[in-house]
Ligand binder design. Structure first.
Ligand code: SF4
Ligand code: SF4
Length: 427
């Protein structure tokens, strides 16, 4: 057993030492609630990380299973009175686990191929993702998807992915030129259109742009932008996440945008991490700090810049499902509710546990479908109890997961992004 050089550092030790083992985070942890064991909660996982950092346990085997069960939702960070930065601990640990698997040749050729294909050849390339979405749209439209489901033709991981596909609409917005402000021009902002969001839920970006235009903003789409890096970061591919971060810093340059906006909680949390990710980079470290200073989630930005409040009533009973990476990762919980209350006709009904994860968590619902389904079942029961007509979300992964959950449970409710509801109130 070799001690990981990533974990055996003063910085990692410092992060571990912030935990005082009080256990106040346990009830906030979705996996602790499912498994009811110490090692499936934040405190136990931190103890395991400490043991690995001290070389007392290896970073794979049973250790890896407990870490892999973690959703990375960061609800434990919000609950922790001691300021433990669990997200950073988890990212570093997952990178150490991947190093170890490479060193002991446990990453099989097929897995290496899937990682290379999805993370390097697909996600960073908008046009390739759009082409894939067009093919899948055809697959849905011809009824092949129904047949594949009935006959269970796909292998389990692909079945999980296929089940999560939203109804596709590849009528993509035009990003080749800026979208002009409508009415008085109040500023210029840039939008990160995302990778999966752009290809698979394009109506969200279209609504985002229209709402910003209505509020007097000219919206720019820097053409060289790419995936934020969340997907590789969450599965330990830190070198690729750094590379994507640098590409985005080049793409957004040092233009004088009032804000760099995103509309997906997971992407926003990663963009805000760029300063930390590139802290030791002599060329990009300072630029990353300036960039992070301008990153805003769309809810956060609009809550402060709703110059033209919506006037068209949307008569609906609405519930809001917090994105973990927006609420726990970025501390944005008040603003989405403020925007919903600004829409005439909306009755906002809160969930009993709005801060609990839905089980999406990046690729967790594909890698760990059984646990993800248990977490989702609890979320859908909470949603159903609100008797809402509309379920509002603010993150791509949650959006797909809730669409899937609503379909599974036969819930008669629409699942949409908050800006889509806001957009309706402008029509
Ligand atoms: S990130 Fe979420 S699932 Fe993981 S330990 Fe923290 S609360 Fe539990
Ligand atoms: S992570 Fe925070 S809340 Fe949880 S046991 Fe450690 S100090 Fe307590």
């Amino acid at each position: 057993m070799t001690q990981s050089t990533r974990l055996d550092t003063p910085r990692f030790q410092q992060l571990l030492d912030q935990c005082v083992h009080c256990g106040l985070c346990l009830s906030a942890c979705p996996t602790y609630n499912v498994f009811q064991t110490e090692m499936e909660g934040p405190r136990g996982r931190i103890q395991l990380m400490r043991a690995a950092a001290e070389g007392r346990v290896g970073v794979n085997g049973a250790f890896g299973e407990h870490i892999d069960h973690c959703l990375g939702c960061r609800a434990c960070e919000t609950a922790c009175p001691s300021g433990v930065q669990y997200g950073l601990l988890l990212e570093t640990t997952r990178a150490a686990m991947l190093d170890d698997r490479h060193a002991s040749r446990q990453v099989r050729r097929f897995e290496r191929f899937v990682r290379w294909l999805s993370l390097r050849q697909l996600i960073p390339h908008r046009n390739r993702l759009r082409l894939l979405a067009r093919l899948l749209e055809l697959y849905q439209a011809t009824g092949l998807s129904t047949l594949a489901r009935k006959l269970r033709l796909l292998p389990p991981p692909m079945r999980a992915m296929e089940a999560l596909l939203p109804p596709l609409n590849t009528n993509y917005p035009d990003y080749s030129r800026p979208a002009p402000a409508i009415g008085e021009r109040r500023g210029v902002v840039a939008l990160l259109h995302g990778c999966v969001q752009d290809a698979f839920l394009s109506s969200v970006n279209a609504a985002t742009v229209r709402v910003l235009q209505r509020n007097g903003y000219e919206v720019h789409f820097p053409p060289a932008q790419t995936c934020c890096g969340a997907a590789p970061l969450h599965i330990g591919e830190t070198a690729l996440a750094h590379e994507l971060a640098r590409r985005n810093l080049d793409a957004f340059g040092d233009h004088d945008y009032e804000a760099i906006l995103n509309n997906a909680g997971g992407c926003g949390a990663t963009l805000r991490e760029y300063a930390h990710l590139l802290a030791d980079d002599p060329l990009y470290g300072e630029r990353a700090q300036r960039f992070v200073g301008k990153v805003r989630d769309i809810n956060e930005f609009l809550a402060d810049h709703l110059h033209t409040p919506p006037t068209h009533p949307v008569n609906a009973r609405v519930t809001y499902v917090d994105s973990c990476h927006l609420r726990h990762g970025q501390g944005v919980a008040r603003q989405p509710r403020q925007l919903l209350r600004a829409i005439p006709g909306v009755t906002l009904v809160e969930l009993k546990q709005p801060d609990m994860c839905c089980g999406s968590a990046g690729v967790y619902n594909i890698m760990q479908p059984e646990t993800a389904n248990q977490v989702l079942a609890a979320k859908m029961a909470d949603v159903a109890a609100t008797q809402a007509d509309v379920v509002v979300t603010t993150n791509t992964g949650c959006h797909m997961q809730l669409l899937y959950g609503a379909k599974q449970q036969g819930l008669n409710a629409e699942v949409i992004h908050l800006v889509e509801l806001l957009d309706r109130a402008y029509q």
